[in-house]
Design a protein around this ligand. Structure first.
Ligand SMILES: *[C@@H]1O[C@H](CO)[C@@H](O)[C@H](O)[C@H]1NC(C)=O
Ligand SMILES: *[C@@H]1O[C@H](CO)[C@@H](O)[C@H](O)[C@H]1NC(C)=O
Ligand SMILES: *[C@@H]1O[C@H](CO)[C@@H](O)[C@H](O)[C@H]1NC(C)=O
Ligand SMILES: *[C@@H]1O[C@H](CO)[C@@H](O)[C@H](O)[C@H]1NC(C)=O
Length: 486
């Protein structure tokens, strides 16, 4: 492909420049450059460590890449010029600068069975629209034997982001081999060939394989895992605190919440997550580095697909929704009885109850009084115009899901149901999570009202659980968050 040939050439010329400098310069510089090269190599290798290790290779890489690139002179490009050929044809020159988008930005790879893997990353969107890039997967066993040789297969690419991508689109490459790969349990490497780029996607050790097998064979550690969207902006610690307490209580002891910090988890938010992290309910991942790659909403599709595959065998169900949304199960059932009744489905969707982010009831006002109430306690006006059907959220049984979206997953095995009306829904407080001010700006005394053409009705469903959630928080983590600010 034209693009990648050019990239290759650029890379070669970069390499040549580097070698040239090393030869011409003083010994100190040579040493420095070699040291930098070594560090870069190390950093590159580090990123292939399985991501379940908790040292973050990205941190190391970030601190390395900046000085490295800064200390190198820009590659001296040999500008080509137009040339007249012997037969009188003017051969025009085209000189490329910079690079528009990478061929592949590798994020993670996970084993999904004896013969199958998922590789998750970003890729140039124009490349996928106008070119037809293909992927090849290779399994190289750590120990050669005639019986267990290297196997290759065509990678099935899934583009889960519905064309929402921008410069980059999300790619999940499903590598399914015709025979088991590494099923001898001795370890090996999964290599992804993306055009001419060779990516060591997974370097599996014998222990990792054993862990995987144990996970697959046992009952999932968690009943419910929440895979959160990238958190971005000036988030309100108060709202996050309320959200976490509410959902830990709802989803119970065997639940786990995976938060992704795309720049929104400032110190105040970290403080409200900390007690829950210490109790093992919440884990926090720093995904700020993806901001360098322009995708849809802080690479939301990338993050949720990584989370899906990361927790695929550790969760009975995975939920996908946002931190300004509150799942609600009416009293006639519990979350467990509801989920059991849906166990015949791979996926179900959850309908929305859109709530006003500013209208409160007079009984909660005026202002100094309102401060003490929680967001979902005092925002009691529901928008009845927007309807419930739009903007669904969903949950899946992840073992039957190969890639996932934001409003639902389309790469699944088994059935999906949309008929959950009246059994589970979510209250959506759009616009409250990134607001650091008191949300109430009007106190009303009506049970129905139309403001700016939007009809609202008073809906106190969520207010009624507030007291129990507050008690639950106090009982579970003590009073540490009592003084949380807006
Ligand atoms: C890849 O896709 C196949 C079905 O086409 C599925 O059985 C397999 O589990 C998938 N692998 C992963 C890792 O998702
Ligand atoms: C494994 O096999 C490959 C090719 O089949 C060969 O290049 C390599 O040297 C072998 N490695 C070992 C450790 O035998
Ligand atoms: C690889 O070796 C294991 C045990 O040594 C064996 O069970 C398995 O069938 C072999 N796989 C292939 C593809 O030959
Ligand atoms: C609010 O409504 C109640 C009952 O309709 C009434 O008693 C009360 O005076 C009203 N308050 C205001 C401030 O209008």
């Amino acid at each position: 492909m034209v693009m990648s040939n050019q990239k290759e050439k650029d890379e070669n010329s970069k390499r040549r420049t580097l070698v040239g400098i090393a030869w011409n310069c003083a010994a100190e510089l040579k040493l420095l450059l070699s040291a930098l090269l070594f560090l870069c190599t190390l950093a590159t290798l580090l990123q292939f460590l399985p991501s379940r290790f908790f040292i973050s290779p990205s941190d190391i890489r970030r601190c390395l890449t900046t000085p490295t690139t800064a200390s190198l002179p820009p590659p001296s490009q040999q500008m080509s010029t137009d040339e007249m050929s012997d037969d009188g044809v003017l051969k025009r020159a085209f000189n490329p600068y910079g690079s528009a988008a990478y061929n592949f930005i590798f994020m993670s790879a996970y084993r999904g069975g004896a013969d199958t893997f998922a590789v998750i990353g970003l890729s140039s969107k124009p490349l996928h629209i106008y070119g037809k890039p293909s992927y090849e997967c290779q399994w190289v066993p750590r120990h050669n034997s005639t019986a267990n040789a290297t196997v290759t297969t065509i990678g099935q690419k899934i583009l889960p982001d519905w064309g929402y991508g921008r410069v980059y689109t999300v790619v999940v490459v499903n590598c399914t081999f015709r025979s088991p790969a590494g099923a001898d349990g001795k370890g090996g490497k999964l290599i992804l060939h993306a055009d001419s780029d060779i990516i060591v996607a997974l370097d599996e050790t014998a222990e990792e394989f054993t862990d995987f097998t144990a996970q697959v064979e046992s009952v999932p550690a968690y009943d419910y895992v929440y895979c959160g969207s990238p958190l971005y902006g000036k988030l309100s610690p108060a709202r996050v605190r309320e959200w976490v307490a509410y959902h830990v209580r709802l989803l119970g002891k065997k639940s786990h919440f995976v938060m992704h910090d795309a720049g929104g988890v400032h110190e105040g938010v970290r403080e409200v997550l900390r007690p829950w992290m210490e109790k093992g309910f919440v884990s926090l991942q720093d995904v700020r580095e993806q901001e360098s790659f322009d995708g849809y909403y802080h690479n939301q599709f990338l993050i949720v697909n990584d989370c899906l595959h990361r927790y695929r065998f550790r969760a009975k169900w995975i939920f996908f929704f946002d931190v300004d949304e509150f799942i609600f199960v009416p009293k006639k059932s519990t979350i467990n009885s509801l989920m059991n009744s849906l166990s015949g489905f791979t996926q179900f969707t959850i309908e929305q109850m859109p709530m006003s982010s500013t209208l409160c009831h007079e009984q909660d006002g005026p202002l100094p009084l309102a401060f003490r109430k929680w967001g979902f306690e005092k925002l009691v006006y529901r928008d009845v115009k927007r309807g419930v059907r739009r903007d669904r959220k969903y949950a899946v049984q992840p073992r039957n899901v190969f890639a996932t979206g934001v409003h639902m997953s389309q790469n699944t095995l088994g059935r999906t149901t949309y008929k959950t009306e009246g059994r589970i829904r979510y209250f959506h407080y759009h616009g409250t999570i990134a607001n650091r001010r008191e949300p109430c700006n009007q106190f009303l005394n009506q049970s129905q009202i139309t403001l700016d053409g939007i009809p609202y009705v008073m809906d106190t469903t969520m207010r009624e659980v507030a007291a129990a959630v507050k008690r639950f928080e106090l009982k579970t983590i003590g009073p540490v968050l009592q003084r949380t600010r807006q």
